[in-house]
Design a protein around this ligand. Structure first.
Ligand code: GLP
Length: 241
């Protein structure tokens, strides 16, 4: 595991460098997390793209997860996030953007289909992940099987509380269910870039990287992956030293 602990102002540029060195030049397949932390990386990529320093318009984008129960085009959906912060600014056509989606009353087939879609595009070259304050990875909450695949999940109260900030502070507006790539699905990515910032992630990060590997701390599964780079700010790293 490679680790870079950085001051706040270096977070985005360090993450961008770590991402770009690991992305193949030809049709890179980029796995994206859609939290608050990676937004800084996407803004940095957008800046570099607008200056003509990078060209990721040929990339394939694959999202980790999506809420269930939001209308198409809902501003809180991860599909909207990917359009606004990643695909749009980087000039990636919609046909090359993949976000899990549940159809109608039964979202399970949509989840299974997404697992196949990842394989069809050839897998993920670099997967960007964050970590939940409860140790979740994507929406794999504590208790998730380490060999889990893309599926429908219930969100924990802690995750709904944490994410209420994206819903105007209203916990009741945060969906109760989601589709998420499983822990085994995520670990198939060739390389993983874990971004963690802020004191609220310190305990979860230490448990994930130093504690035993197990379902109680889903992000601990990353200890089993052979190519993980961690970018953390000093607050997130504070329980590690
Ligand atoms: C969310 C997302 C995860 C994300 C995590 C941390 O619930 N589903 O993919 O990594 O929580 O997000 P943030 O960076 O906003 O703290």
């Amino acid at each position: 595991m490679k680790v870079r602990v950085v001051d706040d102002e270096m977070f985005a540029t360090t993450a961008a460098t770590a991402l770009l060195v690991n992305l193949p030049p030809d049709r890179p397949r980029l796995g994206v997390a859609t939290g608050g932390t990676p937004m800084r990386l996407y803004d940095e990529l957008a800046r570099r793209s607008s200056r003509g320093e990078i060209d990721l318009s040929g990339a394939v984008v694959i999202a980790l997860d999506e809420y269930l129960g939001l209308a198409d085009g809902d501003p809180h959906s991860y599909a909207t996030y990917v359009d606004e912060h990643i695909a749009g600014p980087l000039g990636i056509p919609a046909a090359n953007v993949h976000v899990p989606q549940g159809y109608g009353d039964d979202p399970a087939p949509g989840a299974a289909e997404f697992e196949d879609r990842i394989a069809e595009v050839g897998g993920v070259d670099v997967q960007i992940v964050g970590i939940g304050s409860n140790g979740h990875l994507a929406f794999n909450e504590p208790g998730s099987a380490l060999d889990s695949l893309t599926r429908v999940v219930e969100l924990s109260e802690q995750t709904r509380n944490d994410n209420a900030r994206f819903f105007g502070g209203r916990v009741d507006a945060v969906p109760r269910r989601a589709i998420t790539q499983g822990l085994a699905t995520i670990c198939r990515a060739r390389s993983i870039l874990l971004l963690a910032a802020g004191q609220t992630k310190a305990a979860a990060l230490a448990a994930a990287l130093r504690g035993p590997v197990g379902s109680d701390v889903p992000a601990s599964v990353l200890q089993r992956h052979g190519d993980v780079t961690v970018i953390a700010d000093r607050a997130a790293w504070s329980r590690m030293s």
